[in-house]
Design a protein around this ligand. Structure first.
Ligand code: MN
Length: 234
């Protein structure tokens, strides 16, 4: 990390509002204990689906974005699919509902009726979905690069230059990325694939600790060449 900058990068939130607020408090306490000139909080995406408070999480993130803390919000596959379910429901409806989209819709007051099609339920959902939330989803970035680190939701396709990576890989990749031993142009900091414990590998750092199951939401703290983790107790 460049001198004087500390980054806290937070893994998949998936509707875990309570843990997210707790983690932000832990991060603020950490910064008070160890003051630093510049601090940035990077969210690695997947804010919705599966957990209990999806609408609440987006409200809270919008509040954080407007507040004093310097923040960066990346785009996860679940965030992308939520946005697409509102605009092209027939294409993504099956996946959206299979992977927890029903819990997100319910938070916005929409329950799919028996025999209702994707288009019809999406239309009802659109009417309940705040413009501010739509705009937030549109603002999400695919990646963020600082110092020797590349922050992204899922990972990268090994061997492809960072500037040429496809959004679909950045949000979805697993099989070709996780086992790769290649030294990528930067150390990849990512979520997307849950692990029991966050880990530092030679070419990547993974921080998705499946908060909606474990109650443990994790941030990696990067400063100089130091790497450490902060986590809610679960
Ligand atoms: Mn994901």
């Amino acid at each position: 990390m460049p001198k004087g900058l500390r980054i806290y990068a937070i893994g998949d939130v998936h509707g875990c509002l309570k843990e997210l607020k707790a983690l932000i408090s832990l991060i603020d306490a950490d910064t008070r204990e160890r003051p630093v000139r510049n601090r940035e909080i990077v969210f690695l995406g997947d804010y919705v689906d599966r957990g209990p408070k999806n609408k609440g999480v987006i409200d809270y993130l919008i509040e954080l974005e407007a507040g004093k803390r310097k923040t960066v919000f990346l785009r996860g596959n679940h965030d992308e699919r939520l946005a697409r379910f509102l605009s092209e429901p027939e294409k993504v409806g099956a996946g959206f509902l299979r992977w927890g989209g029903d819990t997100t819709m319910r938070d916005y007051g929409i329950i799919m009726k028996d025999g209702e099609g994707y288009s019809a339920v999406s239309k009802r959902f659109q009417r309940k979905f705040p413009k501010s939330h739509k705009a937030f989803l549109r603002r999400l970035k695919y990646s963020h690069e600082v110092g020797d680190y590349f922050f992204v939701h899922a990972g990268i396709r090994p061997g492809v230059p960072l500037a040429k990576q496809k959004p679909s890989d950045l949000m979805w990749i697993r099989d070709e990325f996780l086992p790769s031993k290649r030294q990528h142009p930067k150390v990849i900091v990512h979520g997307h694939t849950p692990v029991s414990n966050p880990a530092v590998h030679s070419n990547r750092i993974e921080v998705d600790t499946r908060c909606y199951d474990t109650g443990r939401l994790t941030a990696v703290v990067l400063e100089g060449s130091e790497k450490r983790f902060i986590q809610t107790p679960g």
